[in-house]
Design a protein around this ligand. Structure first.
Ligand SMILES: *[C@@H]1O[C@H](CO)[C@@H](O)[C@H](O)[C@H]1NC(C)=O
Ligand SMILES: *[C@@H]1O[C@H](CO)[C@@H](O)[C@H](O)[C@H]1NC(C)=O
Ligand SMILES: *[C@@H]1O[C@H](CO)[C@@H](O)[C@H](O)[C@H]1NC(C)=O
Ligand SMILES: *[C@@H]1O[C@H](CO)[C@@H](O)[C@H](O)[C@H]1NC(C)=O
Length: 228
């Protein structure tokens, strides 16, 4: 349990933390934005979902339909490198590198899709949820950024949380833990299917946050309910 004074401090800072979080994902590049956002009243938006099942070690969420912007990356097999390179392109897009020169608000989480060893899909891709103001009508990215706009149908996703930094050397163990939890569910209810072609790591915090970091493993699933 936290002491009372810690708790008050935490509550007071929570809003600020959220705002600063992703804007400062690579804070050494964007340090001025960090200061700006730490003092502004804007909240970071995230895609909307409802929880349809909660277990001790994972959750099944139903995400609403949504628009995403995706940066496919090639030339590296590193999760950390792919995330850095992809995020940089997404960052340019939301800061006006699109055909309308529109500025989009940053959102959380940043997703990195990792191809699974058993899949024919190749390459990582990094995704950002399109800010609510532009949902359904995101501006076209400048072609040289090689970004793709994606429209997601509503989708059930199995989610496992983990703390600390998401790194090349710890994500596999988290992915395996979620796969193993899902396999136990599948033994109980045979209609449940999980997508084995890729896994996704969701990161919610700026890199300079070294405590209370929130990350998740996401795997698309179906068969938990009739609507997902
Ligand atoms: C990290 O992100 C999570 C989810 O948005 C948030 O609840 C938490 O406060 C953030 N941690 C810090 C230290 O900002
Ligand atoms: C789901 O998305 C649709 C269209 O994008 C929107 O009209 C609706 O309000 C959303 N529902 C929730 C629960 O956010
Ligand atoms: C971008 O510009 C085009 C052409 O002017 C316009 O039709 C479109 O609605 C704009 N899109 C956004 C998201 O502002
Ligand atoms: C998960 O499902 C959505 C919606 O059906 C789809 O667009 C997306 O590509 C899938 N994600 C992964 C990582 O397979």
């Amino acid at each position: 349990m936290q002491t009372t004074s810690t708790q008050i401090y935490k509550n007071h800072n929570n809003q600020e933390n959220m705002e600063t979080t992703l804007m400062c994902f690579f804070y050494y590049l964007f340090i001025t934005f960090c200061y700006y956002f730490a003092n502004s009243a804007l909240a970071i938006e995230s895609p909307k979902y409802t929880v349809i099942q909660s277990e001790s070690d994972f959750q099944i969420r139903l995400y609403n339909e949504s628009s995403w912007i995706s940066a496919p990356s090639s030339g590296t097999n590193s999760f950390e490198q792919s995330t850095k390179i992809g995020f940089h392109r997404l960052y340019q897009y939301i800061h006006g590198a699109n055909l309308n020169s529109s500025k989009l608000a940053i959102t959380a989480p940043i997703l990195t899709r990792i191809p699974s060893p058993v899949s024919s899909e190749v390459g990582y891709s990094v995704r950002m949820y399109v800010s609510p103001h532009f949902q359904g009508k995101p501006p076209q990215p400048n072609p040289e950024l090689k970004l793709q706009l994606e429209k997601w149908k509503s989708q059930c996703i199995a989610v496992r949380k983990f703390s600390g930094y998401a790194k090349d050397d710890n994500i596999n163990k988290e992915i395996e833990a979620l796969v193993s939890s899902l396999n136990k569910q599948i033994d109980k209810t045979s209609e449940i299917v999980h997508d084995v072609s890729s896994y996704t790591i969701a990161q919610y915090n700026a890199s300079f946050r070294n405590t209370e970091r929130v990350n998740e493993v996401w795997i698309n699933v179906s068969g938990f309910r009739t609507d997902c």
